[in-house]
Write a protein that binds this ligand. Structure first.
Ligand code: AMP
Length: 614
């Protein structure tokens, strides 16, 4: 089916042609004939990436009277980003409609400017519900001339707590209007809106209820919870051309994972609600122009993000609410492309995987976490491909070539290739040479990598679990997360740490630190580590080329209770960045040299970070 057959006017056809859209997408094929110049309500099940903006935008643009200055269509969307995107899309589709005015209104920006935009005669308003309610309260917007209300990503609007605002707005619009509801999922609350505010709506769907796009491959990796971060790095290294989104559950986790990735030399950054709008815009700009390879985000912050060509969505943690999985994975495989949605899960998530499979109506593939050899191989062939496709600047390089040829004249073509490749390969190989197998049950994973310590201080010295953790972290200069399973007894205690942090504690014996006039002794306990510690302890980080470690986050943390030596309170912290104690302490390259992956694409992350800090 072609756009021409759908009955759109010439001005729209010309704009579609300019955009290079050849054929309408399945959802457009259904909605455009149904909604163009017709009066009907509709419930459409469609995710972002299916072409849903044009699916409601083209019928609106075809129907409205652009000679009038009345507001005729209202589009409600959950986030500022989505509102702006919808307006931009409508302006593109309507670029040959003379006199078209689209106003964009959302919170966090000057309301006066938005009021001015509306008063200039906007036939279409794209709004977030909260800001629109403000405008209604100020009587800055007239809704009695509205012919169509679109509820875009209705499920997200309800998730974000806009239920009351939606009710209020819908009450304000004339009873004669049509309501078009677009949603990726159809929870009960969305059905309630459909029932309360819509008149015998037609139903269209770009897929089954809540079903994800067909061209997404879903895989999961099973890990021990402490290996989650290492698994993430492994996955990123295994897909050298990754351009992906990493979803975390909380803002704090999002920041921590992004910080750890940046520190480990990846091109990554965080997007979450604790960042200012300007910071978020900055991060998004870098992601859109691909200065960033990985965007680490919360569900809320990622809503409405429209970035094409995302190759991978990584669920660092599965979402609390499993329906969010459809939204997450829908960020990849857009506009007919294919993509991969990866979940890093632990044993306790098995039930959730089954629930998600039911919702997306597709099976996950259980994959083994790639080992070091597999990663090296992938990186090697990535390098070979890059080398093959590299742009050669003949003019610039020509003058150096005679000398280069002279230098290499004793080597055959094969030797030269081998050496050239080795220059990069050796770095990765050195990093992955002894990399542990992260698949649970293997020797390298989980408990085998932790050690248990006995220490001769306890409750009688005024310690509880928390103060002991802080004390030990302070003494060994490790992140508190590296100390776990603390068992404080009367006059002694046990704790666990990762094997590669053991030296830090043994070194303290030599230093002979005292507490209550007693020398503290750290002994590796014979007993088996008990394992099973919390989720967030897996941050490898640990590129320690400069020999320094930084502690603490943005806030200053002070450790220890009143029982600290000399009554003195020590505190450390400071800088914006957190580093995560020990872990894999191998760096890609020695001597503080800038790390890079085989492809060298990671440098962008560090550069980008510097720009931001400056
Ligand atoms: P949406 O689902 O509205 O977020 O659209 C996803 C992407 O598909 C956007 O980049 C659109 O510009 C693009 N798009 C929309 N309709 C078509 C079409 N018929 N053919 C090709 N691309 C389209």
């Amino acid at each position: 089916m072609t756009f021409k057959e759908l009955g759109l006017n010439d001005a729209l056809m010309k704009a579609i042609d300019d955009l290079g859209f050849e054929n309408p997408t399945p959802i457009q094929q259904q909605t455009i004939p149904l909604l163009t110049n017709k009066s009907t309500d509709v419930v459409a099940l469609a995710q972002t990436g299916t072409g849903k903006t044009a699916a409601f935008g083209l019928p609106i643009l075809n129907t409205i009277d652009i000679t009038s200055k009345d507001t005729q269509a209202l589009i409600l969307a959950p986030t500022r980003e989505l509102c702006v995107q919808i307006s931009n899309d409508l302006k593109k589709y309507g670029k040959y409609l003379k006199g078209l005015n689209v106003a964009t209104v959302y919170g966090g920006a000057s309301i006066d400017k938005q009021i001015q935009e509306i008063s200039q005669g906007a036939q279409i308003i794209s709004a977030t519900p909260g800001r629109l309610v403000d405008l209604i309260d100020r009587r800055a917007v007239k809704l009695h001339t509205i012919k169509v209300v679109v509820l875009d990503e209705a499920d997200e609007m309800l998730n974000m707590g806009f239920k009351d605002s939606l009710d209020e707005i819908l009450e304000e619009t004339p009873a004669t209007k049509n309501t078009w509801l677009f949603s990726a999922t159809m929870p009960r609350e969305v059905e309630r809106i459909a029932k309360n505010y819509m008149n015998d709506p037609a139903e269209v769907s770009a897929g089954k209820k809540n079903e994800g796009a067909a061209n997404i491959k879903h895989i999961y990796y099973m890990v021990n919870s402490r290996d989650r971060y290492l698994a993430l790095k492994r996955v990123a290294d295994f897909y050298p051309e990754i351009f992906g989104m990493v979803f975390c559950r909380t803002k704090a986790e999002t920041q921590e994972v992004a910080d750890a990735l940046i520190k480990d030399g990846y091109s990554a950054d965080a997007l979450h609600g604790d960042l200012s709008q300007a910071q978020r815009d900055f991060v998004m700009k870098r992601f859109r122009n691909r200065t960033l390879q990985m965007l680490v985000a919360t569900d809320v912050a990622a809503r409405g993000i429209d970035v094409d060509n995302i190759t991978h969505v990584i669920n660092y943690n599965l979402p609390e609410d499993i329906e969010s999985y459809t939204h997450r994975s829908g960020r990849t495989a857009r506009a007919g492309r294919s993509g991969m949605s990866i979940a890093i899960v632990t044993g306790k998530d098995s039930g959730k995987i089954k629930d998600i499979e039911r919702i997306i109506n597709k099976k996950f593939e259980k994959a083994a976490i790639p080992n070091g050899v597999e990663v090296c191989e992938k990186q090697l062939f990535h390098l070979v491909k890059k080398l093959h496709d590299v742009e050669v600047k003949d003019e610039e390089i020509e003058k150096y070539l005679p000398k280069v040829y002279e230098e290499l004249k004793d080597l055959s073509k094969e030797e030269i290739i081998k050496r050239f490749i080795s220059e990069e390969f050796n770095r990765f190989h050195a990093y992955y040479e002894n990399a542990p197998d992260l698949n649970p049950g293997s020797e390298g994973s989980g408990n085998a990598r932790t050690s248990r310590f006995f220490i001769n201080i306890g409750q009688l010295d005024g310690f509880n679990r928390n103060s002991m953790k802080d004390f030990l972290a302070d003494a060994a200069r490790l992140h508190p997360r590296m100390i776990f399973n603390i068992d404080v007894k009367n006059s002694f205690s046990f704790f666990e740490t990762e094997n590669n942090c053991v030296d830090e504690f043994i070194a303290l014996n030599k230093k002979g630190i005292e507490f209550n006039a007693r020398v503290i002794s750290f002994e590796v306990s014979k007993a088996k580590p008990s394992g099973g510690y919390g989720e967030k302890r897996s941050y490898g980080g640990g590129s320690r080329e400069d020999g320094r470690r930084s502690y603490g986050g943005g806030e200053r943390r002070s450790y220890g209770g009143g029982s600290r030596e000399g009554g003195e309170r020590k505190s450390y912290g400071g800088g914006e960045r957190k580093s995560f104690g020990c872990g894999e302490s191998r760096a890609y390259s020695g001597g503080g040299e800038r790390r890079s992956s085989f492809g060298g694409s990671r440098e962008g992350g560090e550069r980008g970070r510097k720009e931001k800090n400056e």
